[in-house]
Design a protein around this ligand. Structure first.
Ligand SMILES: [Zn+2]
Length: 104
């Protein structure tokens, strides 16, 4: 949730607290934070042509009425939740197949 709002804030160039409810709905439907941000970005820069950027972002998230895209195939080097154990024992998102891996 917080990660999604951060990604959307980057897109909007400002915080988008009004998007919280719409984001929660889409996460509940299986969208990942990066998929939500990619979807908002896919229809153009939300900062273009509107003074109320947060409202544009919110409406785009609300109008995501398609099912969440399928996850990429799981690779063989991570566990069931697509996490890998780092050499120091910490867990991290699988860099190969986790849809929320650090790259944006
Ligand atoms: Zn993996």
């Amino acid at each position: 949730m917080q990660r999604t709002l951060e990604l959307l804030a980057e897109l909007a160039g400002q915080a988008v607290p009004s998007c919280t409810g719409a984001v929660r709905d889409q996460l509940g439907r299986g969208w990942t934070p990066h998929q939500i941000a990619d979807h908002v970005r896919s229809t153009g820069d939300p900062r273009t042509g509107s003074r109320n950027v947060a409202a544009v972002v919110r409406s785009r998230v609300e109008q995501m009425d398609t099912p969440a895209p399928p996850l990429p195939p799981k690779c063989t080097s991570c566990d069931a939740s697509r996490m890998v154990e780092l050499p120091d024992g910490r867990m991290a998102r699988c860099p190969t197949c986790n849809p929320n891996r650090a790259a944006s």
